[in-house]
Design a binder for this molecule. Structure first.
Ligand SMILES: CC(C)(COP(=O)(O)OP(=O)(O)OC[C@H]1O[C@@H](n2cnc3c(N)ncnc32)[C@H](O)[C@@H]1OP(=O)(O)O)[C@@H](O)C(=O)NCCC(=O)NCCS
Length: 176
């Protein structure tokens, strides 16, 4: 299994991963998010990674920047979406996609990584609800317990609640 940066040539494969990984009711909106992110230019850059096995794209993850209006010194990112084709799950491909992204973000001196997902899965990587507590997501959450974060590079943690702004591709309340 090989992890590499996704390009515009991967649009169909990335869409295919999320269409088969996510259940009905989520697959269309998540696959649309993934391909929109691949086309959106952001500063700093959005990192989109694919996992390939025998030349086939079997997993995908994206990390896009979030900004905090009141603290320009803190660089945050959010992990979304993450998907692995069902027949390739439970082979550590999801873990390796997350770890590869975290490694890249560490080197970019990113301070915090946020995620909105199942704590039972993301706690394996050190994400927790305490770290995200003072960072208000851009939209009202359907499942507030899924809002988590991990500190990658030490920073001054917000002492009072601050609101995050996300990239355009994530600006859809249905995703939250
Ligand atoms: C979540 C997902 C990306 C994990 O990919 P993967 O390649 O199977 O991940 P790994 O092999 O690294 O880890 C698999 C482990 O995570 C567990 N796991 C997967 N989803 C989980 C969840 N929502 N809650 C708790 N554990 C979960 C598996 O049961 C497995 O456990 P095991 O190690 O005890 O066997 C994959 O299951 C997937 O694409 N799911 C559908 C899309 C989705 O829900 N994405 C967002 C994640 S919240």
């Amino acid at each position: 299994m090989h992890i590499r940066i996704a390009t515009s040539l991967d649009l169909d494969d990335v869409r295919g991963v999320h269409l088969c990984a996510f259940p009905d009711g989520e697959r269309e909106i998540v696959s649309k998010l993934a391909i929109n992110q691949l086309s959106e230019e952001t500063t700093p850059q959005t990192i989109s990674l694919v996992a390939e096995t025998d030349g086939t794209v079997v997993g995908h993850v994206a990390f896009s920047p979030v900004t905090i209006d009141t603290n320009e010194n803190l660089q945050g990112y959010i992990l979304a979406p993450l998907g692995v084709k069902p027949e390739y799950q439970k082979r550590c491909i999801g873990s390796k996609l997350i770890e590869s992204g975290m490694h890249r973000l560490l080197e970019m001196e990113v301070n915090m990584l946020f995620v909105y997902g199942d704590p039972k899965y993301y706690s394996r990587f050190g994400f927790n609800v305490d770290a995200s507590a003072r960072y208000i997501p851009p939209y009202k959450l359907q499942y507030p317990f899924g809002w988590q974060a991990i500190t990658l590079n030490e920073c001054n943690i917000a002492t009072s609640p601050v609101k995050l702004t996300c990239i355009a591709s994530l600006c859809d309340s249905e995703l939250w």
